[in-house]
Design a protein. Structure first.
Ligand SMILES: Cc1cc2nc3c(=O)[nH]c(=O)nc-3n(C[C@H](O)[C@H](O)[C@H](O)COP(=O)(O)OP(=O)(O)OC[C@H]3O[C@@H](n4cnc5c(N)ncnc54)[C@H](O)[C@@H]3O)c2cc1C
Length: 446
């Protein structure tokens, strides 16, 4: 069954024929080209010093093929940007799910984070010169980029805490401070860093203190002094850098949008990008189920005389996984539709739901798949251990679950409390009136 025939009925009216064709092409490209090439990518990664100075050649081959097939920059939604491939968020959501089944498919089609969010920043907020210098090569897949917000010495889930100092001196800005979890900073093709810092720490409005400024790779004073691991994986060549800035000087023209506009930029950047991860996460969960189905039907492995598929509890795992993935997919696609019908700001509730539910569901599913493989599930012989580690980080990256849940809970409470209190009070009074009229005593003690 081709991907276009598996689109959930609720989403079908929003998917064009052109997108359906592309969706099937994406599926073929991912299943036939990218997933087999994942192993080649791994084998071509450099060792030792070369780990962070080379990139696997197989990626460039895949990029060339993807471009030829027209599978390029599908993430830029058509109603917000003219530079993309002309699909809606929903249509891209269906494609991104498939991309999520391969380690390298997103990059092979130029739909990989953090470049996607950074391209959105340039397209939305960049000056013409900034667009020409950085957006054009990013859109073409010639260079990569990083977004540097998180800092080691503060709680970065609250971005008002950001401390990196950006001070104007004549025609330059001078940066001092440190950043970590700078994803992509290990890649030799990473040529531009979008750095968030404070230009006006004394501004009484805590949301006007920050700015985002461009720092080209190799600028003196900036040093990637170590790479961080994710549950032991280094994610080379992309990687996650710990970076220090010591009197780093850039021209004033490198400021994005203007001083004090940093919050506006990160809020604009993180809307659709947040659900890109959620979309790919659904694909990762589907992949885990595929691996689980193969394992439970493996004729060589029959604990207590029967294949795992004959043990009731295992079929229950498959069934529960099906339910959880399908439910999470609907939440994610619903968020995409809501963004398409307005913008990311009008879909904050739906984005938060997708951001929280998709990784949690996928982690449960992947964990079952790991369990079905026994010890093999935690080693390098299946993609499951790496998938689990990658998806686990999504409950922290782009804002921890707790922050999204707090905002979601606050919003639900604020928008509903008056109307719900009024309705329930009326219903209680009406019940009392009806009880009285029928000769009964009112029961409610509230
Ligand atoms: C793999 C990976 C890639 C990343 N890539 C990037 C990147 O490219 N660029 C970048 O700038 N950052 C990146 N990050 C960092 C990420 O954005 C931050 O880790 C995240 O915002 C949380 O900030 P923190 O680590 O400082 O945690 P803290 O802010 O210190 O929070 C710690 C914990 O406190 C709890 N908490 C926080 N707020 C609340 C609340 N309101 N209520 C209840 N509990 C709460 C949560 O459990 C949270 O996990 C990445 C992180 C990972 C793991």
């Amino acid at each position: 069954m081709a991907a276009s025939t598996r689109i959930p009925p609720i989403a079908q009216p929003f998917v064009s024929d052109r997108a359906k064709k592309t969706l099937d092409l994406v599926e073929q490209f991912v299943e036939n080209d990218c997933i087999p090439a994942d192993a080649v990518f791994q084998a071509q990664l450099g060792e030792g010093e070369k780990r962070w100075t080379t990139t696997p050649a197989v990626l460039e081959d895949l990029k060339a093929k993807a471009k030829k097939l027209g599978l390029w920059n599908m993430f830029l939604p058509k109603n917000h940007f003219k530079q993309g491939a002309g699909y809606s968020n929903l249509e891209y959501g269906l494609m991104a799910e498939l991309l999520g089944k391969s380690k390298i498919a997103s990059e092979a089609t130029n739909n990989a984070a953090p470049d996607t969010g950074n391209m959105e920043v340039f397209a939305k907020y960049g000056s013409e010169a900034q667009k020409q210098q950085w957006l054009a090569p990013l859109l073409d897949g010639q260079i990569r980029s990083a977004f540097l917000m998180t800092e080691p010495d503060i709680a970065s889930s609250d971005a008002t805490n950001i401390e990196l100092d950006i001070r104007r001196e004549g025609n330059e800005y001078v940066l001092n401070g440190s950043k970590w979890w700078s994803s992509g900073a290990g890649d030799p093709r990473c040529k531009i860093y979008l750095v968030m810092g404070k230009t006006d720490a004394k501004n009484p409005d805590p949301y006007k203190q920050q700015s985002v400024i461009l720092v080209p790779a190799g600028t003196p004073g900036m040093k990637v002094h170590r790479m961080l691991t994710v549950y032991g994986y280094d994610d080379a060549p992309h990687g996650h850098g710990h970076i220090t800035f010591k009197n780093v000087r850039v021209p004033v023209s490198n400021m994005v949008l203007g001083e004090g506009r940093g919050f506006e930029i990160i809020q604009g950047r993180l809307g659709p990008g947040r659900i890109h991860h959620a979309m790919r996460t659904i694909g990762a969960a589907e992949k885990a189920v595929e691996w689980m189905i193969v394992r439970i039907n493996d004729e060589r492995k029959k604990p207590f005389g029967q294949p795992l598929s004959s043990h009731g509890v295992i079929l229950e795992w498959i069934a529960k996984s099906r339910i959880e993935i399908d439910a999470a997919r609907l939440i994610v696609l619903n968020a995409a539709i809501k963004i398409d019908q307005g913008d990311a700001k009008s879909a904050l509730k739906e984005i938060a739901q997708a951001k929280v539910l998709a990784p949690q569901s996928a982690l449960t599913v992947i964990d079952r798949a790991v369990q079905s493989y026994g010890a093999a599930g935690v080693c390098q012989d299946t993609p499951l251990a790496y998938l689990w580690a990658g998806i686990r980080t999504l409950r922290i990256a782009d804002g921890p679950d707790e922050v999204h849940l707090q905002q979601l809970g606050r919003r639900e409470n604020r928008t509903r409390k008056d109307a719900v209190t009024k309705k329930l009070t009326w219903q209680r009074d009406e019940a009392d009136r009806l009880l009285n009229a029928s000769g009964f005593k009112p029961k409610s003690q509230l």
